[in-house]
Write a protein that binds this ligand. Structure first.
Ligand code: ZN
Length: 86
C-alpha cells in the first residue's frame, strides 16, 4: 500500500512520527517497542513513519479505499501499484 506523503489539496506533509519512537513513548520499553515497530515493517536500516492520513476502509477491511487529510479534510482515492501488492 502506498501511503501518501503530502495532501494533494493543501500540500501539508502527512508524515507522522517514527514508528519505533512512537511505540517507545507508549511502552517505555525498548524491546517491546522494537517488536511492535517490526510488526509494521520498521527496521533500523529502513525506518518508517506513521502516516497522519486518515484511511477509510471499503467492504474489504484490508483495503483503504479513500484517504482523508487530517488538516483540510480533503478526500481522495487510494492508489495501489502493481509492484506493491500488499
Ligand atoms: Zn489537506
Amino acid at each position: 500500500m502506498i501511503t501518501p506523503k503530502n495532501c494533494p489539496e493543501c500540500k501539508n506533509s502527512l508524515e507522522g512520527e517514527d514508528i519505533f519512537l512512537e511505540f517507545l513513548k507508549e511502552y517505555k520499553n525498548e524491546a517491546k517497542a522494537l517488536q511492535a515497530a517490526e510488526y509494521f515493517g520498521w527496521s533500523e536500516e529502513n525506518p518508517i513513519n506513521f502516516s497522519r492520513c486518515i484511511g477509510h476502509y471499503g467492504y474489504n477491511e484490508d483495503f483503504v479505499e479513500e484517504w482523508e487529510c487530517p488538516d483540510c479534510h480533503h478526500k481522495w482515492k487510494a492508489e495501489y501499484s502493481d509492484v506493491d501488492a500488499d
